[in-house]
Design a protein around this ligand. Structure first.
Ligand code: TRP
Ligand code: SF4
Length: 328
């Protein structure tokens, strides 16, 4: 039986952190068994907000590809490619933009949200408004059935479905309607208890050494009410304890909670235990990353192979599209 196809993308914003791993990559990795996976680096999408700072994009693409391979995205099973290497995305984006009503884009919750959040940037651009149309082109280019994304991206997949319906209605049935694939993901907070994010400077990176992990964990906010070691703590509201739940031996986790409640263990020691377990869990990723760093040509080769596979599909889709739109 043919595997169903899924597709997802990430903007190349720099090295990946634990939030990216637990929120997306671990899920992508496990989907590789069941699905025909297309994963790509959405570098054109990075331009929608960072059009004035494009100097880091090439390096960020490299870092991201290296992180993907290090966590176990497998080029033998998945097609890994870069959006801007497949020019067909731009052509399909253009054709879809012809049929997409502007009000559909203006009412997009992510758009309205980002305009407010990123008020240090001028986002009153055509490209930023059209962000979801480019995303729709990314998805339907490969006729993907499923799109593994976080909740913040669900409106974009919804809009893709609406664009697909309109396209199919006007030109004939070409594209399937994609579904969002939401995976349950543990909620990971940064050192300051805000959402872990590169822009908050509160993240632990996949490429961090054990020493850096130790330092970042030592700075983590714990139970804010626990001022001294002799004060009993509440592990249930402590971010360090959430991490214990993910990285410490199940048999030991309850003991830590009890020792925290009875003030037998202090936060300094508790953090050291957790940091050691976290560093160990990330060990294999770090080792694979070191390997890819030592083989400068390899990442480029892997991407070139993925590009080739993606391009073959994209060309076929565009032939079909030009034919039904009658612009071939
Ligand atoms: N918008 C997505 C994000 O910011 C990235 C993305 C671009 C994407 N194209 C996509 C995700 C296609 C899924 C499918 O995370
Ligand atoms: Fe958190 Fe551990 Fe301190 Fe308890 S002892 S508050 S679980 S860091």
């Amino acid at each position: 039986m043919e595997k169903k196809r899924i597709l997802s993308g990430m903007r190349p914003t720099g090295p990946l952190h634990l939030g990216n791993l637990l929120g997306a990559l671990d899920n992508w990795k496990s989907l590789q068994d069941e699905y025909d996976c297309f994963f790509f680096i959405a570098d054109w999408h990075a331009l929608t907000t960072d059009y004035e700072q494009t100097g880091n994009i090439a390096q960020n693409i490299r870092e991201m590809a290296m992180d993907w391979l290090s966590v176990g995205l497998d080029p033998e099973r998945s097609t890994l490619f870069v959006q801007s290497h497949i020019k067909e995305h731009a052509e399909l984006f253009l054709l879809l933009s012809m049929i997409t009503p502007v009000p559909w884009l203006e009412r997009n919750p992510t758009y309205k949200d980002q305009i407010v959040q990123l008020d240090n940037k001028d986002l009153s651009t055509f490209g930023f408004l059209g962000y979801p149309v480019l995303q729709a082109a990314d998805i339907i280019m490969y006729k993907a059935h499923g799109v593994p994304v976080g909740v913040d991206q669900v409106p974009h997949v919804e809009l893709t479905r609406e664009i697909v319906r309109r396209f199919n209605f006007i030109y004939g049935e070409v594209f399937p309607e994609p579904q969002s694939l939401l995976a349950p993901t543990p909620k990971i907070l940064g050192a300051d208890r805000r959402k872990m994010s590169k822009s908050y400077g509160n993240a632990i990176y996949l490429s961090d050494t054990p020493e850096m992990i130790g330092k970042r964990v030592s700075e983590m906010v714990t139970d804010p009410a626990r001022m001294r070691k002799k004060d009993p703590g509440d592990p249930d509201i402590c971010n360090v304890y959430t991490f214990h739940g993910l990285y410490t031996d199940k048999a030991k986790v309850e003991g830590i909670a009890a020792a925290c409640r009875s003030a037998e263990i202090g936060c300094v020691e508790c953090k050291k235990l957790m940091a050691a377990n976290l560093a160990e869990a990330l060990g294999p990723i770090r080792e694979k990353r070191a390997y890819f760093e030592s083989q400068p040509g390899l990442v480029g080769e892997v991407i070139a192979q993925g590009d080739e596979k993606a391009r073959a599909v994209a060309r076929k889709t565009l032939e079909e599209v030009r034919q039904v739109v009658k612009v071939d």
